[in-house]
Design a protein around this ligand. Structure first.
Ligand code: ZN
Length: 351
C-alpha cells in the first residue's frame, strides 16, 4: 500500500467502504468518557482497538482508520495527559497499520476539529495549524496511505487542515469532510456544496460529509455536493433518525421525551437496518464513492453498506436469512403449529 492507492481505488468510479464510529463504540463499551471524548482506550487497551479494526474489516470496511479522533493536543490537555500525545497517536497509527497489512486494507491517519478554532481570531489559526502539523507528521512516519481530516463546522478550519496535509503530508492524499448542521451552511457561512467544491479545488482527493446528520437529512445535501463537485464524494452519516425539524443527532429528541437525546439517549433514536440499506442504495445510485457510517456505527450496519456496494465481506456469511426461522420462515419447511399458531400467538398479525 502507498500514497497512490486511494486514487487507484477511486479511479473510474471505484468505491471504498469505510467504518468510522470508534469513539461512540468504545464509550458504549465503557472505555472512554462521554463529554471529554478522548480515545484513551488506545493506550489503555490497545488490544481492543485492534480487535475493533478487525471486526469492522470483517464486516466490510476497506480502510482501517487510525483511532486518533480527538487525540490532539487540546483534548489530551483537557484530561491532563498532554505528555502522552505522541504516544497515543503513534500507537493508534501502528495498530491500524498492523491490521491493514494483515487484511489488505488501506490505512488512514486522522486529524479532526480542533475545538479551539475561531474564525475571527487568527491567533487560534496558528495554534490549530501546529496541532495539525504534528499529527500529520506522525501519520507520515507511521506509514498512512492517506489522511482523513474530518468533522469540521467551519470552512476555514477545514482549509487549514487541507493546507497542513499538503504542506506536511509528504504527498499523502487528503479526505476532507464537514459536519452538516442545522442549516446547509458552514459555521462561517458558506453553503456546504460550495465549501466542498472549494476544498476539492484546493487539492483534496475526496470531499463530503461525516457525522452530525443521519441518513434522512444527509441525503438531500449530498445531492447538492455531488452536483457541485467533480471528484469522489464522501458520505458517512450517523445511524440516527434525524428529521427536517431535527436535522442533526445533536438536537434529536428521543421518542416521547422533550429533551435533547445527545448523547446518552441516542440509542432510542437509532435507525433500523432497513433505513441504512435504503441510505446505501441511494448513495450508490447517486455515485457516492466513499461511504460509511460514523458515530453510532456497529458492524451490522456496516455489513449492509458493504453488501449494497457489492463488497461481499466475510460477515455476509452470517447475514439474516429469515426463511430458515422456525416461526417466521418458509411454511413449506416448518410445521404450521409454529408458522401459524405460535406466530399469531407471539406476533399477532404483523407481517
Ligand atoms: Zn461521528
Amino acid at each position: 500500500m502507498g500514497k497512490e492507492d486511494l486514487h487507484k481505488r477511486l479511479a473510474n468510479g471505484g468505491t471504498l467502504v469505510v467504518a468510522e464510529g470508534y469513539l461512540f463504540e468504545f464509550e458504549r463499551r465503557g472505555y472512554l468518557k462521554a463529554g471529554t471524548y478522548v480515545p484513551e482506550v488506545v493506550i489503555e487497551h490497545p488490544e481492543l482497538v485492534k480487535q475493533l479494526h478487525e471486526e469492522f474489516v470483517h464486516a466490510g470496511s476497506e480502510v482501517c482508520l487510525a483511532f486518533t479522533y480527538y487525540a490532539h493536543r487540546e483534548k489530551m490537555a483537557l484530561i491532563g495527559r498532554e505528555e502522552e500525545l505522541e504516544k497515543i497517536n503513534r500507537t493508534a497509527l501502528k495498530i491500524a497499520r498492523e491490521v491493514a497489512n494483515a487484511t489488505g486494507t488501506l490505512m488512514a491517519g486522522n486529524i479532526c476539529n480542533s475545538t479551539i478554532y475561531k474564525a475571527d481570531d487568527p491567533s487560534t489559526h496558528a495554534i490549530v495549524e501546529g496541532m495539525f502539523k504534528e499529527q500529520v507528521e506522525w501519520c507520515v512516519e507511521e506509514g498512512a496511505d492517506f489522511i482523513v481530516a474530518e468533522s469540521y463546522t467551519d470552512y476555514g478550519e477545514a482549509k487549514l487542515a487541507l493546507e497542513a496535509i499538503k504542506k506536511y503530508g509528504n504527498g499523502l492524499p487528503a479526505v476532507v469532510t464537514f459536519w452538516a448542521a442545522m442549516t446547509d451552511e458552514t459555521g462561517d457561512g458558506i453553503h456546504l456544496a460550495e465549501a466542498c467544491k472549494k476544498i476539492e479545488d484546493g487539492g483534496a482527493a475526496v470531499v463530503g460529509l461525516n457525522c452530525s446528520r443521519g441518513p434522512a437529512t444527509m441525503l438531500p445535501l449530498l445531492k447538492e455536493i455531488k452536483a457541485a463537485c467533480k471528484g469522489p464524494v464522501a458520505a458517512l452519516p450517523v445511524p440516527y433518525r434525524t428529521t427536517k425539524e431535527e436535522p442533526t443527532f445533536f438536537c434529536v429528541r428521543a421518542p416521547g421525551a422533550d429533551v435533547r437525546a445527545f448523547p446518552v439517549d441516542l440509542p432510542a433514536c437509532l435507525c433500523g437496518r432497513s433505513e441504512i440499506q435504503y441510505f446505501a442504495e441511494a448513495c450508490k445510485e447517486m455515485g457516492i464513492q466513499y461511504v460509511g457510517i460514523c458515530c453510532g456505527n456497529s458492524s451490522h450496519y456496516l455489513r449492509i453498506v458493504a453488501d449494497v456496494y457489492g463488497k461481499n465481506p466475510p460477515a455476509k456469511r452470517y447475514a439474516p436469512e429469515m426463511s430458515k426461522h422456525y416461526i417466521f420462515g418458509d411454511k413449506a419447511k416448518f410445521t404450521t403449529y409454529y408458522t401459524d399458531k405460535i406466530k399469531s400467538h407471539i406476533a399477532g398479525t404483523a407481517e
